[in-house]
Design a protein around this ligand. Structure first.
Ligand code: ATP
Ligand code: MG
Length: 385
């Protein structure tokens, strides 16, 4: 896909601007704190209707303003004009696609087909499981029909069940939520598991291509686990092709886990089992051991795994939506050694032939398709094309 136009109104420090993007993309160059990441955040907002940095909508609204608006047009196989706005006072988000503003956010998701690469992605490997679940949730919300619905059903059931547990409302009030919890939770588990099973090979291939060696594996660690999904941290788990049970079986497993943990849940006043405890695990196979990348990987290996994860996301968009994703590269290769960043560039050139919108603090940091991309400068949020 190709982002052709973007209209900004009071999003962060970007003021009021109308931008026209060249079909091959652009390199946006500016010093620190000028608004480079803000611009990519604005573009990705039209894909996901949230900040890729995890900021709340209120933070995205220009200081001293109450409302921001964004509108972007994409061309390609599935052209669309997507608009979004947020009113900080009324805490109200509005979206529209091709002028239809009665569309729900969940239906408007994923119209751009964009992927962000950011230096903060290394936290996907280094950080806690919450970030990896967030990655899965965003990816699957954008690329799997029905996932958003299952996820919001699960979140609702979990919140209500936890509230009932906390309030000591009695077994009936707590258990009333088990049906929805199990049904939506099993769906979430199954979709997450399918994606990992489907894409683990691609991920490993990207890692090997970037690093030249160190086969790194990605495995799903569902809390509602099954034989071969690797409950424990036993060696070798995760690199076996674990056959995933069907959704009904996952429901039964989840029910059984809820039974087992009933006493604990009551005592702690919280639901202790379920996909809100899932994780993704990255391991390096070295000699006869498998070691977690998070604790044993070098800085470069961890960055490599994070990049490979984003490339896998791009591959998912290509496969799922049949469009070449728009790459949003936020100074993404700043910390890779030359050999690795060379290979990442090559991979990106080969695999992602679409539009590239990249940012860099200095001209000398522009490497991807360097000479061919137009240059824009950004200062205090204002872009000079
Ligand atoms: P770096 O090179 O350091 O990553 P950057 O160009 O990516 O910098 P951004 O993160 O895009 O910088 O922008 C940071 C600037 O945006 C800061 O000056 C900050 O004060 C400003 N900013 C952030 N949120 C808002 C907001 N809601 N309203 C106005 N300005 C904001
Ligand atoms: Mg930045």
């Amino acid at each position: 896909m190709v982002l052709s136009e973007l209209e900004l109104r009071h999003f962060r420090n970007l003021g009021i601007q109308e931008l026209r993007f060249p079909p091959e993309g652009v390199a946006v160059i500016g010093e620190n704190a000028q608004g480079k990441t803000n611009l990519l955040e604005a573009i990705y907002y039209l894909e996901s209707f949230r900040s890729f940095r995890g900021a709340g909508d209120g933070e995205l609204t220009e200081f001293a303003r109450d409302v921001f608006h964004l509108r972007g047009s994409v061309k390609g196989d599935r052209p669309a004009t997507v608009a979004a706005g947020f009113d900080r006072k009324r805490k109200k988000k509005r979206v529209s696609v091709d002028g239809n503003d009665s569309i729900r956010v969940s239906e408007a998701l994923g119209r751009l087909g964009a992927v962000v690469f950011s230096p903060a992605d290394v936290d996907l490997v280094n950080g806690g499981p919450r970030l990896r679940r967030r990655f899965l949730d965003i990816l699957l919300s954008l690329n799997r029909r029905g996932y958003v619905g299952a996820l919001s059903g699960y979140r609702k059931a979990l919140a209500q069940r936890n509230a009932a547990l906390k309030a000591d409302a009695g077994a009936m009030a707590v258990r009333a939520w088990d049906g929805l919890l199990v049904k939506s939770g099993a769906r979430v588990t199954r979709v997450r598991g399918e994606w990992v099973a489907d894409r683990a090979g691609t991920f490993t291939r990207y890692c090997s291509t970037i690093s030249g060696n160190d086969p790194v594996a990605m495995a799903y660690r569902p809390d509602v686990s099954w034989r071969g999904s690797g409950d424990g941290d036993h060696e070798g788990a995760g690199d076996r092709d674990a056959s995933m049970p069907d959704e009904n079986t996952i429901r039964e497993l989840f029910h059984a886990r809820l039974e087992e943990s009933w006493g604990t849940d009551l005592r702690r006043g919280v639901t202790t089992r379920g996909p809100h405890r899932d994780d993704l695990r990255f391991t390096i196979a070295s000699k006869r051991r498998t070691l977690p990348v998070r604790t044993f990987g070098s800085g470069g290996q961890r960055r490599t795994a994070a990049l490979a994860l984003r490339l896998t996301e791009a591959a998912t968009i290509r496969r799922q939506r049949g469009v070449d994703p728009i790459l949003l590269l936020d100074d993404a290769f700043a910390e890779l050694d030359d050999r690795r960043s060379e290979r990442v560039m090559t991979l990106l050139q080969e695999e992602c032939t679409g539009q590239v919108i990249l940012t860099a603090p200095k001209e000398s940091d522009v490497r991807l398709r360097g000479p061919s991309l137009a240059r824009w400068n950004i200062r205090e949020g204002m872009i000079e094309a």
